[in-house]
Design a protein around this ligand. Structure first.
Ligand SMILES: NC(=O)c1ccc[n+]([C@@H]2O[C@H](COP(=O)([O-])OP(=O)(O)OC[C@H]3O[C@@H](n4cnc5c(N)ncnc54)[C@H](OP(=O)(O)O)[C@@H]3O)[C@@H](O)[C@H]2O)c1
Length: 334
């Protein structure tokens, strides 16, 4: 079987293709033939060496595939089951703890850009009924983050107003989940063409964050007094505007650091005089993933897949992601 591994020097030009013997599942493990993964910004950082990992680490936190063998004592899965991975393979339920979140797929433990691997039987969920492997592989990181921001932490209600920022994978899932739940969605983007596409999907108003640096204020006005939920993807580069966009008593999920936003300044009185709640969040648990899958199975939308690459084309796929031309998810199928 073939595996892609991060090279000793890290970086896209040093990715390695390895030929290895097919693994055998130990007790408590299942062998999965992986068929698809999808690109997240976290994977990109691992790929380009922005998050250092040991030589030989298999990248990519998302995987979808089929169970091809089960180890002793495994009762939860059988050969032929279609499964998908967990971002945190040991966070099954309850509050996050250091112990549950130390293992991160594709970073601190091997990910899923491999034809086969053995994983703990507890580190998988079913894929949504009727989904292709490529569609399922878009869900464990990006969709679950949007689900947690809106549904778990945000307690989204019908009629709420939601702001998504940009048109990357996580934001487009937030758009689809919010519309499914009966919310009104506002968006920012840097592209007029993408703004049109957002509107055709049901977004009420779109503001170009490159043309209007006070886009938070613009969203506040367009939404008639602010939005109830903001999914902030830029941290230091967007948080002040996210606070401006929020309605009094609203919720902001701090999700990303796009636009060099690792650090930044915010006006604290705005935060407390608007009675805002802010949640820092990293993906979610297996039980959240199971809840999300149930909800997706009852809805009638599919993940928006912008483009698909082959097993050995990770570097090309990351360069495409880097260009920012995509809308929704980029996948690799194998
Ligand atoms: N905390 C978590 O658990 C978690 C999970 C998933 C993702 N994230 C984070 O969420 C962010 C998005 O992730 P992703 O995988 O969806 O990325 P992605 O697919 O690569 O999305 C990138 C898109 O974001 C938009 N963007 C770029 N810079 C921006 C800026 N300064 N302000 C507003 N929008 C900007 C652009 O949209 P336009 O082309 O429309 O302008 C770009 O196409 C990343 O920071 C990622 O690390 C965090």
């Amino acid at each position: 079987m073939k595996t892609i591994a991060i090279g000793a020097q890290g970086g896209l030009e040093h990715l390695q293709i390895k030929e290895q013997k097919d693994p055998q599942p130990a007790a408590g493990e299942v062998l999965v033939r992986w068929h698809a993964t999808s690109l997240n910004y976290h994977d990109y950082l691992v790929g380009v060496g922005g998050i250092p990992v040991p030589e030989g680490r298999v990248p990519m936190s998302d995987g979808a595939g089929e169970v091809t063998a089960v180890g002793e004592d495994v009762t939860a899965w059988k050969v032929g089951d279609k499964v998908m991975s967990l971002f945190f393979p040991n966070w099954l339920d309850g509050r996050p703890t250091p112990g549950k979140t130390t293992a991160i797929s594709g970073e601190t433990v091997d990910g899923f850009l491999t034809e086969m691997s053995c994983v703990s039987a507890h580190s998988l969920t079913h894929i949504p009924a009727g989904f292709s492997y490529a569609e399922a592989a878009t869900l464990p990181c990006a969709a679950l983050t949007a689900w947690r921001a809106l549904v778990v932490e945000g307690q989204l209600k019908m009629g709420d107003k939601v702001l998504i920022e940009g048109t990357g994978g996580m934001s487009i899932f937030a758009l689809q989940l919010a519309l499914t739940a009966g919310a009104e969605v506002y968006a920012t983007t840097s592209s007029p063409e993408k703004a049109e596409r957002l509107k055709s999907m049901g977004v009420k108003e779109v503001v170009n964050y490159r043309e209007d640096e006070c886009w938070g204020r613009a969203i506040y006005k367009l939404s008639g007094g602010g939005v109830d939920h903001v999914l902030d993807v830029g941290g230091g580069s967007t948080m002040q505007q996210s606070i401006e966009a929020a309605a009094m008593g609203g919720h902001i999920a701090s999700i990303g650091i796009l636009g060099n936003g690792r650090k930044g300044e915010i006006t604290f009185p705005k935060l407390f005089f608007k009675h805002l709640r802010m949640t820092g969040l990293a993906v979610g648990s297996r039980s959240m993933q199971e809840d999300m899958i149930r909800a997706i199975e009852l809805s009638n939308w599919r993940p928006v897949i912008d483009s698909s690459f082959g097993f050995t084309e990770l570097a090309d796929a990351f360069r495409y992601q880097e260009s920012g031309a995509h809308f929704g998810k980029i996948v690799l199928e194998y």
